[in-house]
Ligand binder design. Structure first.
Ligand code: NAD
Ligand code: WQD
Length: 337
């Protein structure tokens, strides 16, 4: 099975490529390296024993896409490529709509020309907005609270309309909760450029001494310890969810929507404590004001993926923190240039 992996040099894409290779699938990576480095390819080869084909270019480049599709018999596309920083999306909404929405439309149009009718799209739990209750299942109402989230929601809606008009296509929307962790080898992991937006890489950089302290965004939420609660999922489990989706529904026409989460919520302070245990380091923190747009709690009902994809998360919080710390120690400043 040949699978075009857009954004395959990124955090989730690179981990997914490794598992595809392990399962005998052939990933072909397409990435513009906007948020990743060429050296990721060396690491994929080191861990998997195989160097995937890599095309450097942009999903908005129609001619480039046509040339890639014309060279290979691609069975399916996993579409990770996109911009993902919520705060940046508020400052640069056009860039986000162009990259995430236009990019996806240009990609699907190229797939149509190439007669490739199967796509798995990286969506996000952010499409549930501020949920009325937890756990969240796939039939909950969707909404957006920022341009990043809206870009994901618009793409979901475009793909839904497109699938209705083209019922022989297989379109899978995977709604990720909070991906964390690293490959157990410590060779691949999350490598945010600049100041991390997300909790786990921030904690990890405090533990290694790159940052002085963590700012905990609010301790007055209606949660057990007052800090925000999220469904953190190990990136290896998340990657396995893509393989399960490819195998179970990737060749089945229809629109398929799944939460990829663990079904368990942890608070910010629980994450800090778990990381301290895994690393043996103290993670200094200060309580500061809430971050605008944040919600109190968010975790998945993962039952649908379990029933239909035969997939569920198996890595616990300890593995999430131990593996993140292993990657951080082996690569204190991330991937080499
Ligand atoms: P990432 O930034 O590590 O990976 C995305 C990759 O896409 C990068 O390598 C980047 O260079 C590439 N890219 C971006 N724009 C491109 C373009 N126009 N053409 C070609 N390549 C392009 O991000 P990630 O964490 O691996 O996330 C992957 C996908 O999952 C994204 O679509 C993201 O929105 C979605 N997602 C991520 C999270 C998360 O917290 N990490 C949560 C939910 C959903
Ligand atoms: C987690 C918790 C923060 C940083 C975002 C996107 C979502 C998805 C995943 C892409 C919250 C708290 C964080 C810090 C803190 N991405 N926190 N100090 O906000 O749940 O989700 O990433 O699709 O769309 O919105 O993740 O890791 O930023 O925050 O106290 O320095 O940690 O308030 O409670 P979030 P996060």
């Amino acid at each position: 099975m040949q699978v075009l992996v857009t954004g395959g040099m990124g955090y989730i894409g690179s981990h997914t490529c490794i598992q595809m290779i392990e399962k005998g699938m052939t990933p072909i990576i397409l990435d513009n390296l906007d948020n990743s480095k060429q050296s990721v390819l060396d690491r994929i080869e080191l861990v998997s024993g195989l160097r995937p084909l890599f095309y450097q270019g942009d999903i908005r480049d129609k001619t480039f896409l046509d040339s890639v599709f014309s060279k290979h018999n691609i069975d399916s596309v996993i579409h990770f490529a996109g911009l993902k920083a919520v705060g940046e999306s508020v400052a640069k909404p056009l860039e986000y709509y162009d990259n995430n929405v236009t990019g996806t439309l240009v990609l699907v149009d190229a797939m149509r020309r190439a007669n490739v009718k199967s796509i798995i799209f990286s969506s996000s739990a952010t499409v549930y907005g501020d949920p009325a209750s937890v756990p969240i299942n796939e039939s909950f109402p969707t909404s957006a609270t920022n341009p990043y989230g809206r870009s994901k929601l618009i793409v979901e809606e475009c793909l839904t309309d497109f699938q209705q008009a083209n019922p022989d296509w297989s379109i899978t929307l995977l709604r990720y909760f909070n991906p964390v962790g690293s490959h157990p080898s410590g060779e691949l992991g999350e490598d945010p450029q600049g100041i991390p937006n997300n909790l786990m890489p921030f904690i990890s950089q405090v533990a290694i001494g790159r940052r002085e302290f963590l700012s905990v965004f609010g301790d007055d939420y209606a949660t057990p310890d007052g800090t925000g609660v999220r469904d953190y999922i190990h990136v290896v489990d998340l990657s396995a969810g893509h393989i399960a989706a490819l195998n179970k529904v990737g060749t089945k026409s229809g629109l398929h929507t799944y939460n990829l989460g663990t079904g368990i919520g942890y608070s910010v302070l629980e994450m800090v404590k778990a990381f301290e245990q895994a690393s043996g380091k103290t993670v200094a923190y200060n309580i500061v004001d809430r971050r605008p747009g944040d919600i109190a709690e968010c975790w998945a009902d993962p039952a649908k993926a379990k029933t239909e994809l035969d997939w569920s998360a198996s890595y616990d919080l300890k593995r999430m923190t131990v593996d993140t710390w292993n990657w951080q120690q082996k690569n204190p400043t991330g991937y080499p240039d």
